[in-house]
Design a protein around this ligand. Sequence first.
Ligand SMILES: [Zn+2]
Length: 408
Amino acid sequence: MSDLVISDVRPWGGDPVDVRVSGRLIAALEPHDPTAGRAAGAEEDIVAHVNGAGRLLLPSFTDTHVHLDSTRVGLPFEPNEVERRSLWSFIRNDRDNWRSAGASVTDRATHTLGRAIAHGMTRARSYAQIDADCGLERLEGVLAAREAHSDRADVEVVAFPQAGLLVEPGVPAFIEEGLRSGVDLVGGIDPCALDKDPRRHLDIVFELADRYGVGVDIHLHEPAELGLFSAQQIIERVRALDMRGRVTIAHAFFLSGISEGQRAHVLSELVELDIAVTTVAPSGRGTLPLLEILDAGVRIGLGQDGQRDYWSPYGNTDMLDRTWQLAFTNGLRRDSDIERALETATLGGARVIDPSLSRTSSRGVGVGDAADLVLVPGEYPASAVMDRPGDRTVIHAGRIVSEAGELL
Ligand SMILES: [Zn+2]
């Protein structure tokens, strides 16, 4: 019995196969049989059929860093003349505008999540800003978007103190309230640069995570030695609380600003404590040395960050575009290196969210792997990253959730 057969697809660009899916998992891969002429109902035991038509078969994309509560995707372009003076200039611009964005947080988050799914993403970790200005209002919008697409994607939500925990009163209590309303992780941000009290900031974050039994995901934009100091404070707490595999450092800009020796040491600590890293593939000093991080064995995922919002005009919900950006900002040229960027955007991100996902040679498209898959036209994985073609089929938990850009 197969719930779904995907015929004539090439896993990571390999030889054509027919894939049998049972329940939420890949049950079998057989060499493609062009004479089978399968169609739903034609063989008694097949419920649904996808003609792969020679397309690439990849694990679906995982967006490990998205701000669904701030997106303006689908709305008219917003002029942005905010000067990059500090994080606060962006926070203020967002505060001045988000309530009059032209659509509710729920509608904007739901639309953006739907477009991302149509592009091949079926797992995400979204932040929901919680602060003295919005309370839990934005969180409610993100939770509603997750619910609206619950049959198409698995979305984790982070209670995210974008404006710090200590600058304005009452924020830790709001975060705690968020934890009682279905949030999966506690967020933190620049404990030195924003709150200027790293110990207190991180103690609040880790105490809440420990008490509610949830993971931690900390935005760390702090550069070089400052970021390294904060990272060491995080590492200390992961060790003390034995939170192996449940903590992520987002951005981790400091990794590109420290010496090779310092980097090798801190990467080995991240591996030892199974702390993950996520990047949104920024240019300049925020560009992380992807291959070095992968070679060290650190779990790393890719994300699209805020998209067309009051912070930035970039982002179009397509993780394949962001994969190109990751390859481009890292200066990757060899096919095998570009494939590693694509693996980061797919299986790598899935492992950031679920560390139990194995590091098998199947690369996420083998027997026993989750049937969370995307079919993409292309000769090779590297050419698909360069061309970023449409005509994708997206499968989540063994079911087709989008075809050629349309949600099903
Ligand atoms: Zn972010």
